[in-house]
Design a protein around this ligand. Structure first.
Ligand code: ZN
Length: 197
């Protein structure tokens, strides 16, 4: 029985999860939160979910972040080469919790998310300690227990690139810039380059 929902961005990390766990994923959810590169991510998310035959649902919560100019992902005047500028405060707790009623309605009890070792230093809401706390909280807020799982949490970007190659994954969107082609300069593009070399 398919009992997982993938929180899917169209980036390399969550696309690896899509291919790796396709047998257990019932549906993917792309959450629009107002990021500048959203339309490019969504194109990749549509491409891969169509290819693999798993439904993609898009939820728009941009309004929640509309007053937040602190992150380069929401504000193109911020330098996205600096990783700390790329933090969107409270993003993962909001993304995860917004989809829970839908996950329950689908009779699913697992949410998969692509957080990994390369996120650890700058993104507090990508750490193991954060997900442990989220899961503890989820046991207290409803009799239907949903667990958030992070299968890539111990993998580096290099590990992820190598696994993605084994699945022949191409056409993912990881760049933060509002440009059709990946900019090659933002922290995300640089992290990808580092992982390849
Ligand atoms: Zn980039």
């Amino acid at each position: 029985m398919k009992r997982s929902i993938l929180l899917y961005s169209g980036g390399l990390d969550s696309t690896l999860l899509l291919y790796k766990f396709k047998e257990e994923i019932k549906e993917c959810i792309y959450v629009k939160y107002g990021s500048l590169h959203s339309k490019y991510e969504l194109e990749c998310a549509k491409y891969h979910t169509n290819k693999i035959g798993i439904p993609l649902r898009v939820i728009n919560i941009s309004e929640v972040f509309s007053n937040d100019n602190s992150s380069s992902l929401l504000n193109n005047k911020k330098d996205n080469k600096v990783e700390s500028n790329n933090v969107v405060s409270f993003r993962n707790i909001i993304l995860v919790t917004h989809i829970l009623p839908y996950v329950k309605a689908q009779s699913c009890d697992k949410v998969l998310i692509g957080s990994n070792k390369s996120d650890y230093a700058s993104f507090m809401d990508c750490r193991d300690t954060f997900y442990k706390a989220i899961n503890s909280c989820l046991q207290l807020c409803d009799s239907f227990i949903i667990k958030v799982e992070t299968p890539l949490i111990k993998l580096s970007k290099e590990d992820i690139i190598n696994e993605a190659k084994a699945y022949k994954i191409v056409n993912t969107r990881t760049c933060y810039s509002d440009t059709v082609e990946p900019c090659g300069k933002c922290a995300s593009c640089l992290g990808l380059k580092e992982g390849v070399s």
